[in-house]
Design a protein around this ligand. Structure first.
Ligand SMILES: [Zn+2]
Length: 465
């Protein structure tokens, strides 16, 4: 735990800023009779309850650092105070750049309610600084690419993935980079050949589609590296992307990223399944038990919870990600790249109800993860597209039975549709103990619905809370 002392020190400094300038945590700490001195170590953060997305949604502005003039004096460093005496104008400008939000990102989430996360120039600088070094040290590592030509297919939206790629790419050496969003897929496939693209970035759902179109068009691919983000990726989907591209060019390396708007940061793999290299300077990670929510030590399975240690704009402490990590966080030196930063192991499942806290995370009494749903359904080669809707028998009645509907976009060439539908039902039941309702829906229609959410949301929870 080489980072512990450094993180403790950062927390001691940051908690003062939070106490004086953060409306939500100030009120919470007052209510609990806590002062900045009560947080000497990161382990003291347990004195605060877990923060859920629903808490932020109630009043997102309350989670933004908003220093008032009088309060500001209490958190200025010695050098800043001196500078303020000599040149008050300059310090005012500097503080305004540091604290004034300049943009926001939002997560559409599975329930479709976006949570805005505000960033200041301070945050954008961090995003750039860590992003540039992570791309070079981790993402591009061993990809065998000298001159990088990247096609970015993350959607044009206030999402972290798109802006992160754009902001960082401007500062990467020997890199030609352009963004196409999602859509105009035929043209995008042609561009892969024409521009001799060797790096593709995007959401797994879209890149699967694009790689299929490219394969059908028989373009010549030179893609050596695929960087996926924005959603959890089932192994089956990763394989399909890899195989589609391999059939028209070299076999690409597929690496994953782990990020959320709330984190204001992107964590990367340096090799497939190496684990995500964290930024211990920016976040303190905990693994908590999924039922009791007690911290259970890093290297055990549980739900990921993080606290910002160096951030402006929206600041979160003990934020519940809803992401379940099977092997926890490892502090061992990375066997691939030698990095000593802790790594969140690559096997992450997103619990379906992350947006709703813990009130209704079960479907028919079973805990179902997005990953299981994806793993099961992506195995059906005859299933071109799918979408899962979790609802109630009577959608207005909270207490009526849960229902799980699979919209199945079955390959047009399939003659015995009934058999495919029965196969899906059986397999799904075998893995999850839930018998789904399977409806045949045209693939194109499902694709449109899924991409409409801008995030490739394949599972929608429509149950009333
Ligand atoms: Zn590594």
């Amino acid at each position: 735990m080489g980072w512990q002392r450094e993180q403790d020190k950062r927390l001691r400094e940051f908690i003062k800023i939070i106490y004086h300038h953060h409306p939500y945590y100030h009120a919470l700490m007052k209510k609990k009779g806590l002062k900045p001195e009560d947080f000497k170590k990161t382990s003291d953060l347990i004195k605060l309850p877990i923060t859920y997305k629903k808490d932020v949604l109630k009043d997102p502005k309350k989670f933004v650092l908003q220093p008032k003039k009088d309060e500001l004096k209490k958190t200025l460093g010695f050098k800043q105070k001196i500078k303020g005496l000599v040149n008050p104008g300059a310090i005012r400008e500097q503080l305004s750049m540091e604290y004034q939000p300049t943009t926001f990102f939002s997560t559409s989430g599975r329930t479709g309610v976006p949570t805005p996360v505000f960033l200041t120039n301070y945050d954008l600088d961090k995003l750039k600084e860590y992003g540039v070094s992570d791309f070079i040290n981790f993402a591009f590592r061993n990809a065998g690419i000298k001159k990088r030509v990247a096609q970015n297919t993350f959607p044009f939206a206030p999402h972290l993935a798109f802006w992160f790629s754009y902001i960082v790419a401007r500062h990467l050496p020997k890199t030609f980079f352009y963004s196409f969003g999602t859509g105009r897929t035929e043209l995008q496939a042609d561009m892969i050949e024409k521009f001799k693209i060797n790096i593709l970035t995007g959401m797994p759902f879209y890149l699967k589609h694009l790689s299929e179109v490219a394969k059908d068009k028989e373009i010549k691919s030179r893609v050596k590296l695929v960087l996926l983000g924005g959603e959890g990726v089932p192994e089956g989907m990763k394989e399909r992307i890899k195989n589609n591209l391999k059939s028209i060019g070299p076999e690409p390396v597929v690496k994953m990223t782990y990020a959320s708007s709330e984190m204001k940061s992107v964590l990367m793999e340096c090799a497939p399944s190496s684990g995500y290299h964290t930024h211990p300077e920016l976040h303190y990670w905990e693994v908590v038990d999924k039922e009791s929510l007690e911290p259970i030590g890093c290297d055990r399975p549980g739900v990921l919870v993080f606290s910002h240690l160096d951030s402006r704009g929206t600041v979160l402490l003990r934020y519940y990600t809803g992401d379940y990590v099977h092997k926890g966080i490892t502090n061992k030196t990375c066997p691939h790249c030698g990095s000593k930063k802790p790594r969140i192991t690559s096997d992450i499942e997103r619990l379906v109800d992350m947006d709703k806290g813990l009130t209704s995370k079960k479907i028919k009494g079973n805990l179902v993860s997005l990953k299981t749903i994806d793993e099961v359904l992506s195995k059906f080669k005859k299933l071109k597209q799918y979408r899962v809707v979790i609802t109630k028998k009577d959608p207005k009645d909270k207490l009526s039975m849960d229902e799980l509907i699979i919209e199945a976009g079955i390959d047009k060439r399939v003659k015995n549709i009934k058999r495919v539908i029965q196969g899906i039902k059986n397999k799904f039941k075998a893995y999850t103990d839930i018998t789904p309702i399977v409806k045949k829906v045209p693939s194109k229609e499902i694709y449109k619905k899924v991409m409409n959410t801008m995030k490739g949301v394949r599972v929608i929870d429509k149950r009333p809370t």
